[in-house]
Design a protein around this ligand. Structure first.
Ligand SMILES: C[S@@+](CC[C@H](N)C(=O)[O-])C[C@H]1O[C@@H](n2cnc3c(N)ncnc32)[C@H](O)[C@@H]1O
Length: 288
């Protein structure tokens, strides 16, 4: 079985990011294939790993991603692998590297792992594993957490960034290149929101969300306008809508139950706003 999976991975790795994704049920074995060290460093750089981060590598193999995150980037990390032999190897490597206190490893199935503490999640699995993990990533990781995946995407969840780079140490496949994908877990902003804008009346947002893509409408001074442009990066939301004196430029931080930020109307200087879900009883007073 292991040889079969090596063959599948070899064929897929040869096609890199453009390979057709086979339909295979997760739960089958993913073999240990190490990420080349130059790609490990590039993954951690793309995810902007730094001291204070807690990185989880799902399927940590010999531990190189977690150990490099601790040793070179000052982060703390946890590697999870279902192979006791690989976990032993990773622990020994962490000790040799002098980071055993910040790079720990457990024998566990990745689908039983608690992901909620991760500020960075590293993956080098298979496409269907990424897809199977996707709902949990979106539900359990906090907004703004970064997910970095070697060679495999997340289906229709477009990456925020993607790079392809030489990987001369790669032993599998016909091409010695690797693709790295980065996503920032988006806050949930879907639905209606209302904010009071002091003397300027009320602002209503009706937001549609597909991962980090936000569309919808803004209602302000009895004018309803489609959102012209919106970006959602983790919990940072920016919206541009309406025209002329009704022109709105809104930037804010999205929490589960509120969006807090500033709104600039027409040519006027920005004022603070706090939007709530309309089900909340009272609209907040404007803080100035
Ligand atoms: C392709 S290797 C990646 C190793 C490492 N993350 C790296 O990039 O160098 C995948 C690893 O996932 C582990 N693995 C596969 N399925 C797993 C599962 N269900 N639970 C835990 N680990 C798993 C394998 O033992 C293997 O070490």
């Amino acid at each position: 079985m292991k040889r079969f999976w090596c063959l599948v991975l070899a064929v897929l790795a040869g096609g890199g990011a453009f390979a057709r994704v086979p339909t295979q049920a997760p739960g089958e074995e993913v073999p240990f294939v190490p990420t080349p060290q130059n790609v490990v460093v590039a993954m951690l750089e793309l995810a902007e790993v730094r001291p204070g981060d807690f990185l989880i590598d799902l399927g940590s193999g010999d531990g190189r991603i977690v150990i490099t995150a601790a040793q070179r980037f000052g982060a703390e990390g946890l590697g999870i692998d279902n192979s006791p032999a690989l976990v032993r190897e990773a622990r020994a490597a962490a000790t040799r590297a002098g980071v055993a206190d910040r790079a720990t490893f457990v024998v566990k199935d990745i689908f039983d792992a608690d992901l909620s503490q991760a500020t960075v999640l590293a993956l080098y699995l298979l496409p269907e594993y990424n897809l199977a993990l996707r709902p949990r990533i979106l539900d359990e990781l906090r907004p703004g957490a970064r997910v970095v995946s070697h060679d495999w995407d997340m289906g229709d969840w477009e990456p925020d960034e993607r790079i392809t780079m030489p990987a001369p140490e790669k032993t599998l496949g016909g091409t010695q290149t690797s693709t790295i994908y980065l996503w920032r877990v988006p806050a949930r902003v879907q639905g209606p929101w209302r904010a009071r804008l002091g003397a300027g009346g009320e602002l209503e947002l009706a937001l549609e969300q597909k991962f980090q893509r936000v569309t919808g409408t803004v209602r302000y001074r009895n004018a309803q306008c489609p959102i012209e442009a919106a970006t959602l990066s983790g919990d940072r939301l920016a919206i541009r809508a309406c025209e002329g004196s009704n022109r709105l430029q809104l930037t804010g931080k999205a929490y589960q139950d509120r969006i807090v930020g500033t709104v600039a109307r027409g040519g006027a200087p920005p004022t603070q706003f706090r939007a709530l879900r309309p089900s909340d009883d009272a609209l907040p007073e404007l803080s100035r």
